[in-house]
Design a protein around this ligand. Structure first.
Ligand code: HEM
Length: 431
């Protein structure tokens, strides 16, 4: 069974967590978004050909993957999962503990990655991994308690399995820097990459799309058969990539990239099919980012395929990483976040004030336009810097990205300010 936009909306209001729970994650992600561009600015000199190893580029990568992606994914999942599973999340202290462990853990881990100080790296790795593990347990309990299964939940289970494996691989490579016990460190690091970017985030992004995009546009639901087929092909692609990296068989990696492209294209075609039948005709800036992100995913997989077939792609695997992590995941995430935050704020405001304000009343459009322009400028400038090896182009890109992150911070502040109780409404304090 899959859920149409209307069905999801009907269930959402009755399963709202106290507003501070998801919003602490969203606000932290907005802060890490500013922080990542600052670190990237400092890392620029070593980032033009980065493919792993300790240092500022790796730190910047984990401010993005842990600070921005993971923290947003945790906040969104904790609030949206009960809507999809129709089972409430209880014991909110666990969600609050996850937040504290993640926030502190990420700072320690990236400080350790940037400086090479093992005590920082390993303590941060353990705290960040503990946060994601407790999050995985909360989510698994909620999925298990669901009265009825649906396709979004199949994506969630698969993403959770990838999360557990990515944490194991991440802890292995982290502790290997101290104790040097891994026979093949770079393969474990590459497997960690695949499980993180395509496994946990890729499957979560696809799964969320089947719930959120119909909800945002009041579209009919995605075809469950197609969504399940996409999931199956994507999981086969991820397993083939891991096997190929483990046994050093390039044919398996080529097959994985091909299967990944098929899954991505089928997913995008299905999403576009339901969007064509939407009731809310106007598609705003969020969908420009989401569609650019979809294009970057296919382009990234194509770059990977060409590189595996020996075609000289400018910027090589660094370009592959940038197109997939910056072009797809970062762009997609801010497309979704700029819709989730006002959507949740309107739900809470509706609950406390007896009427749901229009989304256009919450959150300003201009900062979002500034963010989009700066974000795309950052993507292009950094791409050019990777191709040419000219570090100042990366610094210019990081400056554009930082400006965009401040604009997004401005937008987030206008949304959060809408939640601040006004004199005539003391009720909100409870949240
Ligand atoms: C507790 C959590 C995590 C820990 C302890 C961790 C640790 C590490 C370490 C030590 C490396 C360096 C490997 C090397 O280059 O030699 C690394 C690389 C990497 N990590 Fe993580 N990581 C964590 C979470 C994540 C997450 C959630 C993602 C993303 C989705 C991620 C994505 C990456 C990527 C893309 C690389 C580069 C891999 C490569 O060099 O091929 N990490 N991680």
């Amino acid at each position: 069974m899959s859920l149409s936009g209307g069905m999801i909306l009907a269930g959402a209001a009755s399963r709202l967590l106290p507003v501070s729970v998801p919003f602490r994650f969203f606000v932290a992600a907005v802060y890490f978004h500013c922080f990542v561009w600052l670190v990237f600015g400092f890392a620029a000199a070593g980032a033009t050909d980065f493919i792993g190893g300790l240092g500022a580029p790796l730190a910047a990568l984990h401010v993005a993957t842990l600070g921005v992606f993971s923290i947003t994914a945790m906040g969104a999942t904790l609030q949206l999962l009960p809507v999809a599973t129709r089972a409430p999340i209880t014991a909110l202290w666990r969600a609050k503990l996850v937040f504290i462990l993640a926030f502190v853990g990420v700072h320690l881990l990236v400080a350790g990655m940037a400086t090479g100080i093992m005590a920082l790296l390993l303590s941060g790795a353990v705290l960040a991994a503990a946060a994601l593990l407790i999050f995985a347990i909360i989510t698994a309990i909620n999925l298990w308690a669901a009265p009825q299964a649906n396709v979004a939940m199949a994506y969630a289970w698969s993403a959770l399995s990838a999360l557990i494996l990515l944490l194991a691989a991440g802890l292995l490579v982290a502790f290997d820097f101290q104790f040097a016990f891994l026979a093949d460190h770079s393969s474990v690091a590459a497997i960690h990459f695949v499980l993180g970017i395509f496994g946990f985030f890729g499957l979560l992004a696809f799964g969320f799309s089947t719930v959120l995009l119909p909800m945002f546009t009041l579209s009919p639901s995605v075809a469950p058969k197609m969504a399940r087929a996409v999931l199956a092909i994507a999981v086969i692609a991820i397993l083939a990539a891991i096997a190929g990296l483990l046994v050093h068989d390039d044919r398996l990696i080529v097959m994985a990239l091909l299967a990944g492209m098929i899954a991505a294209i089928l997913h995008i075609v299905e999403i576009e099919r339901v969007l064509r039948r939407r009731m809310r005709r106007k598609l705003d800036l969020a969908f420009v980012l989401i569609r650019v992100a979809h294009g970057a995913l296919v382009a990234g997989l194509l770059i990977g395929l060409l590189l595996m077939l020996g075609v000289p792609v400018p910027g090589k695997w660094t370009m592959f990483g940038w197109v997939v992590i910056g072009g797809w995941l970062l762009t997609f995430l801010f497309g979704i976040l700029q819709r989730i935050m006002p959507f949740l704020a309107s739900m809470h405001a509706g609950k406390s004030r007896g009427r749901s304000p229009l989304l256009s009343e919450i959150g300003r459009e201009r900062p979002l336009r500034i963010h989009a322009v700066c974000h795309f400028a950052a993507l292009i400038l950094i791409g050019l810097g990777i191709v040419t090896g000219i570090a100042p182009l990366l610094q210019l890109g990081a400056a554009a990205g930082f400006l965009g992150s401040l604009a997004f911070g401005w937008f987030a502040a206008t949304v959060v300010s809408y939640l601040v109780p006004r004199n005539e409404e003391p009720a909100l304090k409870a949240g």
